[in-house]
Design a protein around this ligand. Structure first.
Ligand code: ZN
Length: 302
């Protein structure tokens, strides 16, 4: 009997070990480092948000820090780019897939965020349930070591390695905590979750995000960039100014459509049932299906 128990225990331990090892290898393989310019890199992963590393002899400047569970992989990939210490971290907004590595990566760094970021991170939050329209998800307050240590209101310029790095707030867009980072000399713009190349953006109405604010924010970003600008967003391949223009045209069209139906006193369900014109349906994704997108626009207009 004892032997049988031992055999079963060994089998359970062996299986768990195999599953863990398989998961570990799978994750390792799915991480990728893309070189964007001479000294700017984007690290992408199978889950969580893209992370930007600006390397210099003075240290590293990092935008977003991914999910906490991926700390080990992120640290390894950053080390492969440079062994220099991380001096600055900017969080583009409060969603945990953009700041989960703050404590681990930011031990000796200044962690920069918009003033609303800290408020959101240190208290419990509700966010969109991404599985079905109308559902929500609860987020717990974050630990003190995860919080930003330097806050800004509108704009903050950090001079680093002969580059003036421009960090600015775009109000009520993806959330009410959004920070955009512009490496002007390198001509690289980190936009967090404002742009989802060729996909409906995810607008967090639960946290004061608004399609109207996003529309305005993208107009600003289009005005300050050019056709050579590399755009790094949270969950897409490296994008361009043209991708921002196309996204913003789609957003304007969606606003006009939903607004015209609201003016005719149609309910959200009726507008969702009618649906967008066929040329807009290719923007739908598993994350933001057409019905969710219409709901995001509708809530922003109400
Ligand atoms: Zn987000």
């Amino acid at each position: 009997m004892k032997r049988k128990l031992l055999r079963i225990s060994l089998w359970v331990i062996g299986t768990l070990f195999t599953i863990t090892l398989t998961g570990f290898i799978w994750l390792s393989v799915k991480f990728n480092t893309h070189q964007v310019t001479d000294n700017i890199y984007m690290i992408s992963s199978p889950t969580g948000a893209n992370l930007t590393v600006y390397k210099s002899d003075q240290g590293l400047f990092v935008v977003d820090t991914q999910l906490k569970v991926l700390n080990f992989f992120i640290k390894r990939h950053i080390n492969n780019i440079s062994k220099q210490p991380i001096k600055y971290i900017v969080n583009t907004h409060w969603h945990p897939d953009h700041n989960g590595g703050n404590a681990k990566l930011g031990e000796n760094a200044v962690i920069i965020g918009h003033e609303n970021l800290k408020k959101r991170m240190q208290s419990a939050q509700k966010g969109y349930g991404l599985t079905k329209p109308g559902s929500s998800h609860d987020f717990k307050p974050r630990k003190a070591e995860d919080l930003p240590t330097k806050l800004f209101t509108d704009t903050l310029i950090i001079s680093f390695n002969n580059e003036d790095i421009n960090i600015f707030h775009v109000p009520n867009s993806h959330t009410d905590t959004d920070a955009v980072v512009y490496f002007k000399k390198s001509n690289v713009l980190c936009v967090g979750d404002l742009v989802w190349k060729d996909k409906f953006p995810y607008v967090d109405n639960f946290n004061e995000g608004s399609v109207l604010g996003l529309n305005k924010a993208l107009s600003t970003l289009i005005a300050i960039t050019n056709s050579n600008t590399k755009v790094i967003s949270g969950h897409s391949d490296i994008s361009s100014r043209n991708d921002m223009i196309e996204t913003n045209q789609m957003i304007s069209k969606s606003i006009d459509f939903v607004q015209s139906r609201i003016s005719k006193n149609l309910s959200l369900t009726q507008i969702q049932e009618e649906g967008l014109s066929s040329d807009m349906q290719s923007w739908a994704s598993d994350l933001v299906p057409e019905k969710n997108w219409i709901e995001m626009v509708y809530k922003s207009l109400n």
